[in-house]
Design a binder for this molecule. Sequence first.
Ligand code: F6P
Length: 419
Amino acid sequence: MTKQKKRNVIVGQSGGPTAAINSSLAGVFRTAKDRGYSKVYGMLHGVQGLLEGRYIDLSDHIRTGLDAELLKRTPSAYLGSCRYKLPGINEDRDVYDKIFKILDDLEIDCFIYIGGNDSMDTIKKLSDYAIVIGSEIRFVGCPKTIDNDLALTDHTPGYGSAAKYIGTSVKEIIRDGWSLETSNGQIIIVEIMGRNAGWLTGAAALSKGEDCDGPDAIYLPELDFDVKAFVKKCKELLKKKSSVVIAVSEGIHTKDGTYISEMGNATDYVDAFGHKQLTGTARYLCEVLSNEIGCKTRAIELSTLQRAASHCSSRVDILEAYEVGGAAMKAADEGDSGKMVVIERLSDDPYQAGTEVKDVHKIANDERLVPREWITKDGTYVTSEFITYVRPLIQGDVAPVMVDGIPRHLYVPGYQELL
Ligand code: F6P
């Protein structure tokens, strides 16, 4: 029997960027080349860009080993990202026909999408449609999200680096807060991303060690937030120390589901998946505290910094992201479709993990939250089990390539003209 000649691969990035998403891209590219594929195309701004015929041939851009190493150290989505929700298969078949026509014209065998739960919705729908029309293109998801909220995987690439940055930054904030004495004391609120999952906020506890007490309280979105109880807790803390540091998730909400961020001057922005932009939680809480207690307050929203901090990335995370990219490509090459690569932890110490593929239908649009038993009884901290879980994921460093004192990144030359 003659073996069919391998044709081409297309890869895209979608959802919120991370410090590790480009390492997965490098892994997909390398494995595709090693497995004999001719061209590896990169969608510019995910499926949204693909629908407009925007893509590049990655071989023109990742030419050397140094390019690949720079790519692994480049934060944000190298190809550009999108938050684009595909319509249901029966809602608008034209969109699907358009995508499959583009893929057929490019002679695509494998479609790899690097993203979070919303992006896995895209893999689910495209792989389902391929079955409907009898297409042989394989669709495989490569997990990524700082939120760490994807189902069926121990953790997601991107989380470890963001957690490392958060642990480091919270430690630096605590150190800074301690140094200046303020007459009525001060409360610093650090707002951390993660939407409805508290994995990132809990990582603030990583700052705790021999030389640092860690934050004084941590509030995760898994539990309802009570503003009055929070003010009471802050008053008690201020009696004991002059500088209080508290980590809060951007997604904390009251019992009736109102986000705390909505109680301040929040924006009304909602993305294609119906997610509200969560911002201003720390600012609002600081206003409440300064009105109720009259102390000095400072609101620190880690915002973009926590997902773009490549200079503080975790070696474990960057290497795993690369491997997961390679595993997604391998799975598609070996015939899997409608699947996502997951990470399975084999042991905490020494940390060991491997990859597997699981049905994307069981992953897309779901949210994996921090288990209740990993949050303390009073709901204001994470337990030692949480720390044992996250600690291995932040180990090791990846030295940036410094040019003139600033990290060097890989970028697509003339990107704007390609849009
Ligand atoms: O999905 C990852 C994430 O970083 C969330 O933690 C956060 O709520 C959201 O993206 C922010 O998205 P954007 O940058 O589009 O406002």
